[in-house]
Unconditional design. Structure first.
Length: 172
């Protein structure tokens, strides 16, 4: 009696093909996968427009052209503009942290309003608080361009009032 041999399913054929390619190593995979051939071409040659290292160095050592008026930004050359302080170095002088002792929050189950204001001509960016007992902020928002408000409540197991200090980040 003859038994018929079934053909493998397409999934089996694909799985076996992937297994053979993986086991054959990178030499065959480079020939099978066309994307791998691109790795054989140095992308750096494209970036330097096909010039050799000595050609690039020779070009770098040539004397620079005299700067034209059109090469200036607000009357300054590029190296002068690059020497100007950037945002990170100039912003630190604009920011002030203001600290204010705000008093106490009683353990009475209610929220208590507190606010902190920046000095004249300054704008509040954010604010926070610290306390010597468990205090929770229920609301924290800017009231105006220079004042920040917080509604705080005492939530600790210790019934002693909590001493609160407010902090504001002000921008000049």
């Amino acid at each position: 009696m003859f038994r018929t041999i079934r053909h493998p399913s397409p999934a089996t054929v694909i799985a076996l093909l992937a297994l053979f390619i993986a086991m054959s190593g990178t030499a065959v995979a480079a020939g099978v996968v066309p994307v791998a051939k691109r790795a054989l071409i140095a992308d750096n040659a494209k970036k330097v427009q096909g010039k050799t290292v000595s050609q690039l160095l020779a070009h770098e050592q040539q004397p620079a052209k005299k700067a034209l008026e059109s090469d200036k930004i607000d009357g300054m050359h590029a190296q002068d503009v690059a020497a100007l302080p950037g945002p990170a170095s100039s912003a630190t002088g604009l920011m002030v942290i203001k600290t204010q002792s705000a008093g106490q929050v009683a353990d009475d189950g209610r929220t208590h309003p507190f606010s902190i204001s920046c000095d004249a001509g300054q704008y509040v960016q954010s604010a926070g608080f610290s306390a010597d007992n468990v205090v929770v902020a229920f609301e924290s928002y800017p009231m105006s361009a220079s004042t920040w408000s917080m509604d705080l409540a005492h939530m600790g197991a210790n019934p002693a009032p909590a001493n609160v200090t407010l902090y504001a980040v002000c921008i000049k």
